[in-house]
Design a protein around this ligand. Structure first.
Ligand SMILES: [Zn+2]
Ligand SMILES: [Zn+2]
Length: 651
């Protein structure tokens, strides 16, 4: 018999093979390809176009793996089409390092087996009502949104919903932003369900991945909690998907194969015809629109744990006070913080900037220290005593010779968390202070640090946005936003939405155990409406207005954006090529093409970058015509095109 086999490589079509073995759609096989052997899957359709005649080769063997479900194959076909990537690359996301794992010994999955009894927690009235709403029409595809204030116990509600599903013998998937995959979360899971979930992210060992992959295909593993890549696991009988923190922008993979894991999770649920629950405190603008249109059902949790109220907000206008030189904390804020410290409150100074200073210049030659590979300033990290590029990882020492004479005379312009931490140390010398950023919270000792913070052994934190991500610090009752003006700058159409999410998540860290809490904002602006909008306890007002703006300006979610980035070594050649390419695709698409313009980060990792933005109706036609046009254009050597459907970052 002849069979179509899709291989995990850059081809967008299956290859035709001959087989002596009886094969069905979804079977995993090993086939010869070129000079090597490769694992593939029997696909649901032969290649449509008959190109050159190859000699048809024979399937070598069928692997002892439960077949990939037809519904999953249909999802992968659609996934490839939607994101404009080859089908083979979509299959690669399913296979494990381009391989399938044959059935393992039964006891390989022992640790994921239920042994202890489940410990169902008593839900509050509000939680119970939410759960009932969530469980409506649970047998087929539907999207439900659980919108709950930070600290209102959303996890317990969706754990209970998941429990129903696994009691029916089905599997469940909980997607979390990578940073949410902490041991704290696993512990919570174990306590509730009485067994360990399979945890899936880029950092787990190969051996572990093999066990989990195999346990999922055979149905031995019931629940996976994972980062975005877990969405492509070949579940045998998936019954429910949960996307926690659905608004989190890190669900967007924007390097390599680009996709939005939240949106793709919804599609997968639709192809598998199973329910999906989106969990959030403040929905993303897309989700908010779908709630308004009635496409998604919604339930709300408004009470916080122990009836804690949301923090108060106070604006401190820096226009009225004079800051000392090289200082970023006003007298007034120091007084406020002292007041909190006396009450044994934990305090957080928030500034979304890693390192010591984001901009270093020489006072003699006025040269600024920028990255030789990227058009970006180098950030000075005092702890490591070097200058660092946050985009390509370039490192250099501070020492540099001045064009004028001798060494440069260095000026640090502006603060990062390290610099604020120095100022805080001076102002509060007796307190224990810790920096909370991706530089200091590396995996190894982060759990001991977290423990110390939770036990109030650390009185003052200085943190970047990392701290806004779902951590529970019981004593944190005072947050100081060092400079809110910094986050209102930017060129990003999602800037307002990003800020709304950030400050809601951030203030959600405070006052979690019922004590009164306050968030202070330092600003130079006299118009503080932006701050009061961001902090309104009803985010729907803000989202409604944002949706209006998007509609008026034909922006997503009302139109589709597809971003095209051309990169190359030669600035001039690249510019010309971008114009030529635009003219080439222009009459082949139903959308409007904006640009070409230099990308905001014009040079990145030694490559110049030019951007085109396609805007069009939200149908697959836009992707299809683009996918058809691109292969017919021959780019000049050294120029590369990358395509990003529904872009989130506009760097
Ligand atoms: Zn760089
Ligand atoms: Zn100099």
């Amino acid at each position: 018999m002849k069979v179509p086999i899709l291989l995990p490589n850059i081809f967008n079509h299956p290859f035709t093979y001959e087989s002596d073995i009886n094969l069905k759609v979804g079977d995993y096989v090993v086939v010869p390809f070129g000079k090597s052997k490769i694992t593939g899957v029997v696909w649901d359709e032969f290649e449509k176009k008959d190109k050159k005649k190859f000699k048809i080769k024979t399937v070598l063997k069928k692997l002892n793996v439960s077949p990939l479900k037809k519904t999953t194959i249909k999802f992968l076909n659609w996934f490839a089409e939607y994101n404009i990537i080859p089908k083979g690359m979509a299959l690669k996301l399913v296979l494990l390092s381009s391989n399938a794992i044959e059935k393992l010994q039964k006891d390989a999955y022992k640790i994921f087996d239920s042994s202890t009894k489940t410990n169902l927690m008593e839900l509050s009235e509000e939680q119970k009502k939410s759960l009932i709403k969530m469980n409506i029409s649970n047998e087929k595809f539907r999207v439900h949104v659980l919108q709950g204030t930070t600290g209102s116990g959303k996890t317990m509600v969706y754990f209970s919903a998941l429990n129903n599903i696994i009691n029916k013998g089905l599997q469940g998937l909980i997607l979390l932003p990578e940073i949410g995959l902490t041991s704290q979360f696993e512990k919570k899971f174990k306590e509730f369900f009485g067994f360990m979930p399979a945890v899936w992210h880029s950092g787990i060992s190969k051996k572990n991945k093999e066990v989990i992959w195999s346990g999922i295909t055979s149905g031995k593993i019931r629940v996976v909690i994972g980062a975005r890549s877990s969405l492509f696991l070949p579940f045998r009988k998936l019954g429910l998907i949960i996307v926690d923190e659905e608004h989190d922008q890190s669900y967007k993979q924007d390097e390599g194969v680009t996709y939005n894991a939240r949106d793709m999770a919804i599609s997968r649920a639709s192809f598998e015809n199973i329910p999906i629950n989106l969990i959030t405190a403040v929905p993303s603008i897309e989700t908010f629109e779908n709630i308004k249109k009635g496409k998604y059902s919604v339930s709300r949790l408004e009470q916080r744990y122990q009836n804690a109220s949301l923090p108060n907000y106070e604006i401190i206008n820096l226009k009225d006070t004079k800051l000392e030189k090289q200082s970023w904390l006003s007298k007034k804020i120091i007084e406020k913080v002292n007041f909190h410290l006396e009450k044994n409150d934990q305090v957080l100074f928030f500034l979304n900037r890693r390192g010591f200073s984001p901009h270093v210049i020489c006072n003699k030659c006025f040269n600024s220290y920028s990255c030789p590979n990227c058009s970006i300033n180098l950030v000075y990290h005092k702890n490591k005593d070097n200058l660092l590029c946050h985009y390509c990882g370039f490192k250099s020492s501070l020492k540099r010779n001045c064009i004028k004479d001798g060494d440069c005379e260095i000026i640090f312009s502006g603060p990062g968390v390290e610099r604020i931490s120095e100022e805080v140390k001076k102002k509060f010398p007796s307190k224990k202070i810790e920096i909370f950023s991706s530089d200091t919270m590396n995996k190894k000792d982060s759990s001991t640090k977290l423990e110390k913070i939770i036990n109030n052994e650390i009185q003052i934190l200085v943190g970047t946005q990392l701290i806004s991500k779902g951590f529970h610090f019981p004593n944190l009752n005072c947050i100081v936003v060092v400079d809110i003006d910094l986050s209102s700058q930017g060129h990003d159409l999602r800037g307002a939405e990003k800020n709304l999410q950030l400050y809601h998540q951030l203030s959600g860290r405070a006052g979690r155990t019922g004590k009164p809490a306050t968030v202070y904002f330092q600003t130079y602006k006299s118009n503080t409406k932006m701050i009061s909008d961001l902090t309104n306890s009803n985010p729907d007002i803000f989202l409604d207005r944002e949706l209006d703006i998007r509609k008026k300006n034909n922006l997503p979610p009302f139109q589709r954006f597809i971003s095209l980035i051309l990169t190359g070594d030669n600035e001039e050649k690249l510019g010309k090529e971008a114009y030529k390419f635009k003219i080439f695709i222009e009459n082949k698409l139903s959308g409007k093409i904006l640009g070409p313009v230099s990308a905001p980060i014009f040079k990145l990792k030694k490559k110049y970058r030019i951007r085109l933005l396609i805007r069009g109706a939200k149908t697959l036609k836009l992707q299809n015509s683009l996918a058809q046009a691109i292969p017919n254009y021959k780019f000049q050597p050294g120029i590369k095109l990358s395509v990003d459907v529904d872009p989130i970052n506009f760097n």
